[in-house]
Write a protein that binds this ligand. Structure first.
Ligand code: EPS
Length: 383
C-alpha cells in the first residue's frame, strides 16, 4: 500500500488545478457535495476580491473512485479554472515585495515574474483543500472532525472557546453564522471595519486562524523518529500554505513566558468517562494543544497560524523594474484585500490531511474494513 500523500499541479490562470492523492483506502464513500462545500467556503469570507465572483470551484473526479466509492487506486481530482487565460496574461516586470515574484525570477533566471506568480498564487490552495476534504471523509468515518476558524484580523480579535472544550457542534454553528468565519459574533463588526479601512487605504490585512481537531485518540504520530513527529509535520504542512508566517500548537509562543505548572496539563482518570477514544483518561486544560512528544494525547488538537497581509497592494510598494533596473512601484494585479477567512478553511483541510496521514500510519490498510478492525482493537483499550 502506498503512503498517504498528495501532490498538486496547476497555474492560477491555467486550464485547471489538479490533485493526485495516493494511499487512500478502498471502500470510503466519496461525498462530492461535502468536498465541494469546503471549496465553496474557501472561496468566500468577507474581504475577497473579483476572482471569486468568476470561479465556481467544484471537484471532478478523474480516477480512483467508482460508483461513488474509493477503489484504493490513485485518486485524481480536478478543479476547472473559469478565468483560464495563461497565454494571454501579461508579463510582470515589477515584483511585488512579499510575493514570490522576486525570489522566483532570480531562481528561474527571468525578468518576467509571470511563471512564478502563476504557480505561487494562493489559488493553489483550492487543490490542497480538495485533498484535505477527501481526507476528512475518511476521518468522519471514525468520528474525527477538524474545525477551522478566524481568531483575529489585524488588531480585531475574537474571544475563543476553551481549548479543552469538546463541543464541536457549538463551535461549527457559531463559526458558520457569519462571513468572517469566527465563532465570536461580537468580533465580526470590528473585523469587517478593519478590512474596510484597509481597502480604503489601498492596503491589505492579515490575521490569525486556528484549527481544532476533535475525536483523535492518543497515540497518532510518533516520538520514535523526527520525521514521524506529528507536531513537526503539522508545522511543515501549515507553514507551507501561501502567506503563512508562523505556526503555533496549543499555547505556542505564550508557553515560553510561563512556569511549567501553568503550561502542562494535569492528567486524571475516570472509568465512567464517556469518550471511548481516550480510555477514561482526561485533562481539565489543553495548553499542549493535544500533542505531547510528537504524538496526540487524546485532547483536541489546536493548531494556530499567522497569515501575513496579501502582497498585492493597490497602492504598490517601492520595487525595481527587472528589465531596466530602474526604481518603480510594484505592479498591481486584481487581488483580495483580506483572505484570512479563506485561509481558515485551507488550514482546516491541510491539518485534516496530516491527521489522516498519521491515522493511516497507525491504522492503515488497503480497505476501510481492515482499518476499522485495527481501530476497534485499539479503542477497546485492551492492553
Ligand atoms: C486566489 C486566486 C487569485 C487571487 C488570490 C487567491 O486569483 P487572481 O490572482 O486571478 O485574482 O485572488 O491569490 C493571491 C492573492 C495571491 O497573491 O496569489 C484563490 O483562488 O484563492
Amino acid at each position: 500500500m502506498s503512503e498517504f500523500t498528495f501532490r498538486t499541479a496547476g497555474e492560477s490562470h491555467g486550464p485547471a488545478l489538479t490533485t493526485l492523492i495516493e494511499g487512500f483506502p478502498a471502500g470510503v464513500r466519496v461525498d462530492l457535495d461535502l468536498m465541494n462545500h469546503e471549496l465553496r467556503r474557501r472561496q468566500g469570507g468577507y474581504g475577497r476580491g473579483g476572482r471569486m465572483k468568476i470561479e465556481h470551484d467544484a471537484v471532478t473526479v478523474l480516477a480512483g473512485v467508482r460508483r461513488g466509492v474509493s477503489t484504493g487506486m490513485p485518486i485524481v481530482l480536478q478543479i476547472i479554472n473559469r478565468d483560464s487565460r495563461l497565454d494571454e496574461a501579461p508579463p510582470l516586470h515589477r515584483p511585488r515585495p512579499g510575493h514570490a515574484d522576486f525570489a522566483g525570477a532570480m531562481k528561474w533566471h527571468s525578468d518576467d515574474c509571470r511563471d512564478v506568480l502563476e504557480r505561487a498564487s494562493a489559488r493553489e490552495t483550492a487543490a490542497r483543500t480538495a485533498a484535505g476534504a477527501l481526507a476528512k471523509l475518511l476521518l468522519a468515518d471514525f468520528g474525527i472532525a477538524a474545525v477551522g476558524f478566524v481568531c483575529s484580523i489585524g488588531e480585531a480579535s475574537a474571544t475563543l472557546p476553551d481549548a479543552a472544550s469538546g463541543d464541536v457542534a457549538a463551535l461549527v454553528a457559531a463559526r458558520d453564522a457569519n462571513d468572517m468565519y469566527t465563532p465570536d459574533a461580537t468580533a465580526v463588526e470590528p473585523m469587517r471595519a478593519a478590512i474596510r479601512a484597509a481597502k480604503q487605504a489601498g492596503d491589505t490585512l492579515g490575521g490569525v486562524v486556528e484549527t481544532r481537531v476533535f475525536g483523535v485518540p492518543p497515540g497518532l504520530g510518533s516520538c520514535a523518529s523526527s520525521q514521524q513527529k506529528l507536531d513537526g509535520r503539522l508545522m511543515q504542512a501549515v507553514g507551507s500554505i501561501q502567506a503563512i508566517k508562523g505556526v503555533e500548537i496549543g499555547l505556542g509562543f505564550a508557553a515560553a513566558r510561563l512556569p511549567g505548572s501553568q503550561v502542562h496539563d494535569a492528567l486524571y482518570f475516570d472509568a465512567a468517562r464517556p469518550a471511548a477514544h481516550t480510555f477514561g483518561y482526561y485533562r481539565n486544560t489543553n495548553r499542549a494543544g493535544g500533542l505531547e512528544g510528537g504524538m496526540t494525547n487524546g485532547m483536541p488538537i489546536v493548531v494556530r497560524a499567522a497569515m501575513k497581509p496579501i502582497a498585492t497592494l493597490m497602492q504598490g510598494l517601492d520595487s525595481v523594474n527587472l528589465q531596466t533596473r530602474a526604481p518603480e512601484r510594484s505592479d498591481y494585479e486584481r487581488s483580495d484585500v483580506c483572505a484570512v477567512p479563506a485561509c481558515s478553511v485551507v488550514v482546516e483541510n491541510v491539518v485534516a490531511f496530516e491527521i489522516a496521514r498519521a491515522f493511516m500510519d497507525k491504522f492503515g490498510g488497503d480497505t476501510l474494513r481492515e482499518i476499522r478492525a485495527g481501530w476497534d482493537i485499539y479503542v477497546s483499550g485492551e492492553r
